[in-house]
Design a binder for this molecule. Structure first.
Ligand SMILES: C[S@@+](CC[C@H](N)C(=O)[O-])C[C@H]1O[C@@H](n2cnc3c(N)ncnc32)[C@H](O)[C@@H]1O
Length: 340
């Protein structure tokens, strides 16, 4: 986003509202499959238009804009893709982020229903209405999103004394796998819904971690958490639920901790006192309004209050190196009192 708040002039207001144009241009390029079709070749507009079955005029203006955004390179009246595009946005690449791109395309449509959702308070989707295929694709998207942050986080958080690790709502298990890679004595478990665990099982095989990663299918709101763990990792789950629901989960986590164990929470946190910053944490609350019944974003102080109520009152914030990890790079650690 080129314009930062506060919006204190009409010019800034206009620029902020029109921020959607660049997003729309990129999403249209994805819908037309331009990046994959271009592959490694240089293309003149007429031949690319013919291949894509689109108008030359439309494509010329679109490609010029994609080049001005840095996604295409102009070369004597032709265009080729950049190395970033080849790596992440072309279907041929092993690092293609297709399910994450599909999620972004769906979000454009669903964000357009925000007014209706604010009116009714009813999300555009709910857990009950989702299909197994949706959950599979969403889980791959979470893996695409978390790969780099997971490696960075696992390198920076020392868990050498831990032997057992629970990735609660771990989805694809990207974080569990990163912690396993960095801690040879660790055994990990991912608890999630069966459709998400199907993806985690594929990844465990890809990472040759089948003997060190186990799977706990279930709904942690309804079902007991089986087993005892030295470390429970709760990443990007806090924001899906209300304060009361998170409190319920924290109580379950406390019961699932071994003596000396701890909980680590990764999420985006609002800053006190009014919670107006960071902007991303506030924008993400809107995503939760669109997709969940009770989700929101919270301040560290909010979360600490629920942790205290759950008996996890020894808390501290772990700050990752600037520009690494997910969100703002802050992880909240919580332990039970020394005597418990
Ligand atoms: C946003 S994803 C985060 C995935 C992963 N922890 C990460 O940080 O990349 C949230 C995950 O929590 C899981 N989840 C949410 N509520 C759950 C519940 N009640 N029981 C089991 N899994 C749940 C979802 O299925 C999803 O895989």
């Amino acid at each position: 986003m080129s314009t930062n708040p506060p919006i204190d002039s009409f010019a800034k207001f206009r620029e902020m509202v029109y921020g959607f144009r660049a997003s729309r241009i990129i999403l249209t390029a994805l819908e037309l499959d331009i990046f994959s079709v271009m592959g490694s070749r240089e293309w003149a507009i007429p031949s690319l238009a013919k291949r894509l079955k689109v108008s030359s005029r439309g494509l010329a203006i679109l490609c010029r804009n994609l080049a001005s955004l840095g996604l295409l390179v102009p070369a004597l009246g032709r265009y080729r893709t950049t190395s970033m595009v080849k790596h992440y946005l072309q279907k041929e690449s092993v690092d293609y982020r297709g399910d994450y791109l599909a999620l972004m395309e769906r979000q454009w449509k669903e964000w357009s229903r925000l007014t209706e959702v604010v009116r009714t308070g009813v999300p555009v989707e709910s857990d009950e209405s989702e299909t197994r295929e949706y959950r599979r694709s969403f889980t791959w998207a979470m893996h695409h999103r978390s790969q780099e942050p997971a490696e960075q986080v696992a390198k920076q958080i020392a868990i050498k004394s831990a032997r057992s690790f629970l990735d609660l709502g771990g989805g694809p298990g990207t974080y569990a796998l990163a912690f396993l890679q960095n801690n040879p004595h660790l055994q990990a478990t991912v608890m999630d819904r069966p459709a998400a665990l199907a993806v985690a099982k594929i990844l465990a095989k890809q990472f040759s971690m089948e003997s060190r990663l186990s799977f706990h299918p279930g709904n942690f709101m309804e079902d007991p958490i089986q087993g005892k763990y030295d470390l429970v990792w709760y990443s990007n789950v806090l924001h899906i639920y209300s304060p009361a629901e998170n409190l319920k989960v924290f109580r379950k986590i406390k019961r699932a901790l071994n003596p000396g164990g701890r909980l680590l929470i990764q999420d985006t946190f609002l800053e006190n006192p009014q919670g107006l910053r960071p902007l991303e944490a506030n924008l993400f609350a809107v995503t939760m309004l669109l997709y969940t019944d009770t989700g929101n974003t919270y301040s560290l102080q909010d979360v600490r209050t629920w942790l205290h109520k759950a008996g996890l009152n020894r808390t501290r914030v772990i700050n990752l190196k600037k520009g690494t990890g997910d969100w703002e790079g802050r992880i909240l650690e919580a332990r039970p009192p020394v005597s418990s």
